[in-house]
Design a protein around this ligand. Structure first.
Ligand code: CP3
Length: 344
């Protein structure tokens, strides 16, 4: 445990010098790995998450294969919602689907508080298994209030977030009550993972980039701040991530994380300036670049490292999750390349 505190990943989260830049990949456990597809079969991902031995093995697969510097728990942002009985499934190729979307005040009691030991014992068992086996930090996570609200209101993945924004702007009291409950759920979900042994956490506000800065500041930021403030006493690094947040990065950084992720659309040095150099930065190789021939991949990876220029506090990652069609051997080469080029 104490030697993990000295790991490149946790050192980088604290902006300390590192023996090499740490690397992990969002969605590193999953469909780009043949060994994952073989283990998973065709059931719902939620069934796999409910089976600790399976979830443990799936979390370990990319760590063994790629030599990444952190593991990310095999779970999903909808797990606490399913656990409190909201009625949600994850459909392969689509994502979260909600049978009866959130539509009004009468739906608020469907979001009762999460009692981790009783509601998600399988997640805690997976985390406890993992921390005995892993030699790198384990990242626990939750979906941020806005991103989770968008699934609950739309009922399925959306491009426009039309219903979500209509509620946010048209029924601010209802919206506030909804995302406050989702902040409590995210907080309880993450706290339980850390108490079971996770050594870092990430809050995914994947779809916050759909908002204007004014909308984000008025209707979303307070709930995300509640989550990060509620994690402060745990003493683990807190990472925040969203896609398309270029224009929001300054506000995003005010949510309270120690490290902020940047997607590939923003040059990472410019992103870091917007976030503030008093925080760490994570990113930001274009996930689609991993499908190009190796010399082009190498060029893109080195471009990210050049922009960082050796400043402590960088965690190398993609700008969003691994695309399923990615050749996993390319990911391994990226880990090797980043380690080699940043070795001190
Ligand atoms: O390596 C990892 O990152 C594994 C853990 C992980 C999963 N989901 C497993 C998963 C994490 C961190 C998530 C978070 C998650 N889930 C987010 C935030 C991250 C992001 O990508 O922005 C979101 C928005 C979700 C909701 C969700 N779950 C979506 C959009 C999908 C994709 C649907 C599809 O099939 O393309 C899922 C399903 C899902 N979650 C898969 C995995 C490995 C793939 C489906 C499967 O294997 O059945």
């Amino acid at each position: 445990m104490s030697d993990l505190q000295d790991s490149p990943f946790l050192r980088a989260c604290r902006r300390e010098p590192v023996p090499h830049t740490p690397v992990w990949f969002m969605r590193q456990a999953g469909r780009s790995l043949p060994e994952y597809r073989e283990l998973r079969g065709t059931g719902s991902i939620l069934d796999a998450i409910h089976t600790p031995d399976l979830a443990t093995e799936i979390t370990l697969q990319p760590v063994r294969r790629h030599g990444v510097d952190a593991a990310v728990l095999f779970s999903d942002i909808v797990v606490p919602l399913q656990a409190v009985g909201f009625g949600v499934d994850v459909v392969p190729g689509t994502g979260p689907v909600v049978e009866e979307p959130f539509a009004g005040t009468a739906d608020l009691p469907r979001l009762r508080p999460l009692e981790a030991e009783a509601d998600i014992p399988y997640v805690l068992e997976t985390v406890r298994n993992l921390v005995t086996e892993l030699e790198v930090p384990l990242i626990g996570f939750a979906g941020a209030p806005f991103t989770v609200a968008s699934y609950l209101i739309e009922g399925r993945p959306s491009r426009t977030y039309a219903k979500t924004k209509a509620m946010m702007l048209g029924e601010p009291a209802l919206w506030g009550a909804l995302i406050d409950r989702l902040a409590d759920l995210a907080l309880a979900f993450i706290r339980a993972q850390v108490e079971a042994g996770a050594t870092a956490v990430q809050l995914f506000d994947s779809w916050a980039g759909a908002l204007t800065p004014e909308q984000y500041a008025a209707h979303v930021l307070p709930a995300s701040q509640k989550v990060f403030a509620g994690l402060a006493d745990l003493g683990v690094p807190r990472v925040h991530f969203g896609v398309g947040t270029g224009e929001l990065l300054g506000l995003f950084a005010e949510a309270g994380a120690d490290v902020v992720g940047v997607d590939w659309r923003v040059p990472i040095d410019a992103g870091w300036e917007r976030i503030g150099l008093d925080k760490g930065v994570q990113g930001n190789l274009d996930p689609a670049a991993c499908l190009a021939p190796w010399p082009a991949v190498e060029h893109e990876v080195l471009g990210v490292l050049d922009r960082i220029g050796g400043r402590p506090g960088h965690i190398f990652n993609l700008g969003h999750g691994v695309l399923p069609e990615t050749d996993p051997t390319v990911l391994t080469r990226i880990v090797e390349l980043v380690h080699e080029r940043t070795a001190s």
